[in-house]
Design a protein around this ligand. Structure first.
Ligand code: PMV
Length: 323
C-alpha cells in the first residue's frame, strides 16, 4: 500500500468523530476559451485561460473509495460522474477514501466544470496512491474522466485546468502529441461570464457541427482556419497587453461561431448586452449550441448589479498579469 493511503488508514480519531485524512485538499480551476473552440477539434489552436472559480476535493479515510458532493446533478449527469470516477478509482488502485467535491462553477455551461472536477479528483487520488501529482500524470488521469463525460474531447479543458495558467493549445493527432504553450498575460483584465441558460451536451453540439463540416468541408474548413488564426493573433495581443486587439478578435470569433451555427438567440442577446455595457470583446464560449455561457473582456467592468439590471446572470474572474 502506498504511504499516502496507508497514512489515511492509520490516522485515528476520537470515538464518534469522523476520521480525518492527512491528504491536503486539491483544486481544479474551471476554464474559459477566449478564442478557438470547435476549431480546436479540427486541429487548430485555441486560447484558453483558467478561472478563479473551480472544484475543490477533500478526502477522509473510509472503508471504500467513493465520491460524494454535487447534489444538484440530474440522473444522466450523476450516471456519467459515477462512471468517470469508477475509471480513475480503478486506475489508482481504489485508495480507501471518501472524497467530497464542492464546486463554485455552474454545471454544463462551457466553463470546464467536468474538467475542473477531473483535475481536482485526479490530484487527490494520485497523492493518495503515493504518486506525485505531476501535470503529466494529472492530465493522463483527468483525460480518462473527460472521455467518459465528452467522448473524444480535444483536451483543451483539462489541459488548462491542470496547468492552472493560460495556454495556447493544439490537440494531439495521430503520431503527434498535443502542443501546449503557456501564455503570459501582459495586462490585468476582468472576464465577465454571462450565463445564457441550459444547453444540450458538448458531444451533441460537436457532432451536429461535424455533420455540416463533412457535407461542406471547404466552407467549414475556411471558418475553422480563420478561428485558429484569431487564436494566434489574440494570443500575441494578450501577451502584449493589447486588450483592444484581443477584444476585437473575440468579437470576430463570435461572428464566425454564429456562422458555424453554434450560437443562439439567448447567446447573441447576452453578447450584445455585454458589448453595450462597454466590453472590449464578447463571444460565446465553449460548445454553445442552444445556451451556455458568454465571455466578455473588460479593463474594468461595470458593477455586477448594473449587469444584472440589464437582465444578465453573471460571474466574474480576474485575469492577473504574469509576474
Ligand atoms: O464542453 P465545453 O462547452 O467546454 O466545450 C469544449 C470546447 C469544444 O471545442 C467545443 C469541444 C472540445 O472538445 O474542445
Amino acid at each position: 500500500m502506498s504511504p499516502g493511503t496507508g497514512a489515511a488508514h492509520r490516522s485515528s480519531a476520537p470515538a464518534g468523530a469522523p476520521e480525518r485524512s492527512p491528504l491536503p485538499e486539491t483544486f481544479g480551476p474551471g476554464k474559459v476559451i477566449l478564442l478557438g473552440e470547435h476549431a480546436v477539434v479540427y486541429g487548430h489552436p485555441a486560447l484558453a485561460v483558467p478561472l478563479t472559480l473551480g472544484v475543490t476535493a477533500r478526502a477522509v479515510a473510509s472503508d471504500r473509495c467513493t465520491l460524494t458532493g454535487l447534489t444538484d446533478l440530474n440522473e444522466a449527469q450523476r450516471g456519467m460522474l459515477d462512471a468517470a470516477f469508477e475509471a480513475v478509482a480503478e486506475a489508482t488502485g481504489r485508495p480507501p477514501l471518501r472524497i467530497t467535491v464542492s464546486s463554485t462553477l455552474p454545471v454544463s455551461m462551457g466553463l470546464g466544470s467536468s474538467a475542473a472536477l477531473a483535475v481536482a479528483v485526479s490530484r487527490l487520488l494520485l497523492s493518495a496512491a503515493g504518486s506525485r501529482p505531476s501535470p503529466a500524470k494529472v492530465l493522463g488521469l483527468a483525460l480518462r474522466m473527460e472521455e467518459t463525460f465528452h467522448g473524444t474531447p480535444s483536451g483543451v479543458d483539462h489541459t488548462v485546468s491542470a496547468h492552472g495558467a493560460p495556454v495556447l493549445y493544439r490537440r494531439a493527432s495521430p503520431g503527434r502529441q498535443a502542443r501546449v504553450r503557456q501564455v503570459r498575460v501582459g495586462a490585468p483584465a476582468t472576464l465577465v461570464l454571462a450565463l445564457a441558460g441550459p444547453r444540450r451536451g458538448t458531444q451533441q453540439t460537436v457532432a451536429a457541427l461535424r455533420q455540416r463540416a463533412k457535407r461542406w468541408p471547404k466552407r467549414y474548413g475556411r471558418l475553422f482556419e480563420e478561428m485558429g488564426r484569431l487564436a494566434l493573433e489574440g494570443t500575441r495581443a494578450l501577451e502584449a497587453g493589447d486588450l483592444e486587439t484581443l477584444g476585437d478578435a473575440m468579437n470576430v470569433n463570435h461572428g464566425l461561431l454564429a456562422a458555424a451555427g453554434v450560437s443562439s438567440p439567448a447567446l447573441d442577446v447576452a453578447v450584445d448586452a455585454l458589448r453595450r455595457a462597454g466590453a472590449l470583446g464578447a463571444k460565446l464560449t465553449g460548445a454553445g449550441g442552444d445556451g451556455g455561457a458568454v465571455v466578455a473582456l473588460f479593463r474594468s467592468p461595470p458593477p455586477v448589479a448594473t449587469l444584472e439590471q440589464a437582465g444578465l446572470t453573471v460571474l466574474t474572474s480576474e485575469l492577473e498579469p504574469t509576474q
